[in-house]
Write a protein that binds this ligand. Structure first.
Ligand code: AHG
Ligand code: MN
Ligand code: MN
Length: 358
């Protein structure tokens, strides 16, 4: 198709809405507002050190340093979506509690959850960052009463998401989206300022030879993860019989994008580094939306023990172990978690290949 004929995001959304003749168009309007905020964030990110934003130097509820761009991106998303009447409330990595829609605006039926800037430790080094978002339906009593939202209103498993997506601010800005009917990717045309549908049907290859994990944490990994990575590292001469490649960008959104484009497996598993935390990444605004996208693209997303999309949240900023990507690899990692563990013991007789193995 000639470039000028590629459908825009608006055209794609109108097309999708035609599948549901009763739909009011509010979801589309909300997604478009999010996409506009992402354009604004993309521009700000592109200005780098020249961006005219206040330096925040604050710390968020999770004890993490907030970069000025984290705070500015959060503001841009809120300002672009709060007025529309489509939202009952929002939650973000950068806000301790849910954000209440100000009294001057009508309240709507959706909840918006986001990580305004994922991978923000990469900003200073000019490496790709992105915005991740998830759209949930507000509980019926919130819609009926228009009351303030509570943390609990957001505690819905990922399987209930209505839409999820991310914008990636790399050499090009891309928006990747699912409304539960596959995964599509748009490239922001810098001339027109329009998102164009360049990737109409994104599919994650089932198999891969590429994995991503922060191996500086290896001494904290659980046995199934150690085993999986060891087998990858053993390459052709090991049980997998093929060489693997490794990548680590430290921007989960960029890793997710690479995996959607060419396959791979990403792991930020539960480990023993901080035993009080179930993982590094956050369930509601990192794992759930990326999990929804992966599953919609034919990949898989898991804690290692159960599907991510089935996990019932119990805190707004809940952390979780996360494994996603090419289906056969994720299933293999799940199998390793399900199998009885033999390789905890340093004694060879009791190790994986011992005589005592079942
Ligand atoms: P955020 O910038 O939103 O806090 O998230 C960063 C996350 C994720 O994008 C990435 O995979 C991970 O943190 C990087 O962790 P390491 O510092 O262990 O590499
Ligand atoms: Mn993040
Ligand atoms: Mn972030």
């Amino acid at each position: 198709m000639p470039l000028s004929k590629l459908p825009t995001l608006t055209q794609y959304l109108i097309d999708q809405r035609r599948r549901f003749p009763q739909a009011s168009g509010e979801l589309n309007a909300l997604i478009l507002d999010v996409s506009i905020a992402c354009k604004a964030i993309a521009r700000t990110v592109a200005f780098g050190s020249l961006a005219d934003i206040a330096s925040a130097g604050s710390v968020n509820v999770q004890g993490e340093e907030q970069k000025p761009l984290d705070v500015a991106s959060n503001e841009m998303l809120m300002r672009q979506t709060e007025w529309s009447g489509h939202l009952a409330g929002m939650a973000s990595e950068e806000m301790d509690s849910p954000y209440q829609i100000p009294g001057e605006y009508p309240r709507g039926k959706y909840l918006l959850v986001f990580d305004p800037l994922d991978g923000s430790s990469n900003i200073d080094v000019n490496v790709s960052v992105g915005t991740i978002f998830s759209i949930l339906r507000a509980p019926q009593d919130v819609i009926d009463s228009g009351r303030d939202v509570t943390d609990e209103d957001f505690f819905q498993p990922g399987s209930t998401q209505v839409a999820a997506g991310y914008a990636l601010y790399g050499p090009t800005t891309m928006l990747v989206l699912t409304v539960g009917n596959g995964v599509v990717g748009f490239t922001l045309d810098p001339n027109l300022g329009e998102y164009k549908l360049t990737h109409p049907n994104i599919q994650v290859p089932e198999d891969t030879k590429e994995f991503a994990i922060n191996s500086s944490n290896s001494r904290f990994w659980e046995a199934p993860v150690k085993r999986y990575v060891d087998e990858c590292l053993a390459g052709k001469t090991g049980p997998r019989g093929k060489d693997f490649n490794m990548r680590w960008i430290a921007s989960m959104v960029a890793e997710a994008h690479r995996i959607l484009m060419r396959g791979g497996v990403f792991m930020y598993p539960r480990d023993t580094k901080e035993p009080t935390k179930a993982g590094r990444l956050r369930l509601l605004y990192e794992a759930c939306p990326i999990g929804f996208i992966m599953e919609q693209a034919g990949g898989r997303a898991s804690t290692g023990r159960e599907p991510i999309l089935g996990v019932p949240p119990n805190a707004l900023h809940q952390r979780i172990g996360l494994v996603f990507g090419s289906r056969n690899e994720v299933e293999r990692i799940e199998r390793y978690h399900a199998e009885p563990q033999h390789n905890d013991s340093p004694i060879p007789l009791f190790s994986d290949r011992s005589l005592f193995r079942d």
